[in-house]
Design a protein around this ligand. Structure first.
Ligand SMILES: Cc1cc2nc3c(=O)[nH]c(=O)nc-3n(C[C@H](O)[C@H](O)[C@H](O)COP(=O)(O)OP(=O)(O)OC[C@H]3O[C@@H](n4cnc5c(N)ncnc54)[C@H](O)[C@@H]3O)c2cc1C
Length: 236
């Protein structure tokens, strides 16, 4: 989404743009499955909040239907049995408060930790029930999807520097999130299966090296997810 929207707005302001994408499909953590007669979003599915949320404007611009739903009103099955909402909610609140204790631990460590390391330190001091252990693993998966990394690769400093949330209800992107992506992409050229390995700047151009090709441009905008991934690219 970050790459395609950047390309869209650069093109709208008169620049020539092309996108290099590592995968063989559009969207990254947005992935709409259209095998059935209705869209199923396997990645992002909701727009959270409508208070000056540009995604709401984009959905309107590309005539993408959305529907207000209560994002919190979900259920979890444990061996086909639904876990009560109260248990789910209180386990989540506990997980959140444990995680927040991590900020102090991080300060005392005086170095960055991965979220995995941090959680393991916190869990050692706690006595979790069997159900809480299972639910905590589920909540950890949520952290991974937010961070675009497994927890042993996601930076704890990155987690605590996250900031603003947009207020307002949750809108399910009823027509499928890929409709917004396709609207943004328009006729912008996208090169699939081009994993960027190296970016080199010289006085006149930016040289971008992928596994199999090289590209030259006046400027390059990198929109890969941050945290550890950004550290790795900087080292290249
Ligand atoms: C299961 C799941 C559910 C989610 N639900 C929601 C939701 O309901 N609402 C919500 O707001 N958010 C949700 N999110 C989060 C949301 O999907 C992401 O915040 C958003 O898609 C991030 O967009 P991005 O462009 O920053 O990163 P990404 O979508 O991760 O895109 C990064 C792109 O960079 C490409 N790339 C990486 N490295 C290279 C390289 N070296 N060379 C070339 N290309 C590269 C990747 O292939 C990818 O296409 C969810 C995420 C997941 C996984």
């Amino acid at each position: 989404m970050a790459g395609i929207s950047t390309a869209h707005f650069l093109k709208a302001s008169g620049h020539e743009v092309e996108i290099l994408e590592a995968r063989d499909r559009l969207g990254g953590r947005i992935w709409t499955d259209r095998e059935a007669s209705y869209p199923i979003d396997l990645g992002a599915a909701w727009i959270h909040g409508n208070n000056q949320n540009p995604l709401i404007d984009l959905a309107e611009k590309f005539s993408v239907n959305t529907k207000v739903t209560d994002f919190e009103d979900s259920f979890v099955l444990d061996n086909s049995k639904s876990i009560s909402k109260l248990k789910l909610y209180s386990a989540y609140k506990k997980f959140e408060s444990y995680l927040n204790e991590g900020e102090q631990i991080l300060e005392e460590a005086n170095r960055n930790l991965s979220l995995r390391e941090l959680l393991d330190i916190i869990y050692k001091k706690k006595d979790l029930s069997a159900l809480e252990k299972k639910l905590f693993r589920l909540f950890e998966r949520g952290l991974e999807s937010e961070n675009a990394a497994e927890l042993d690769k996601a930076s704890a400093i990155g987690y605590f520097s996250e900031s603003e949330t947009i207020s307002g209800p949750d809108f399910l992107v009823y027509d499928g999130y890929d409709k917004i992506l396709k609207g943004l992409l328009g006729n912008i050229k996208i090169h699939f299966k081009e994993v960027v390995k190296k970016i080199q700047y010289d006085k006149n151009a930016v040289n971008i090296y992928t596994e199999n090709n090289s590209f030259q441009s006046e400027l390059a905008v990198v929109t890969v997810p941050v945290f550890r991934e950004a550290e790795r690219i900087n080292q290249l």
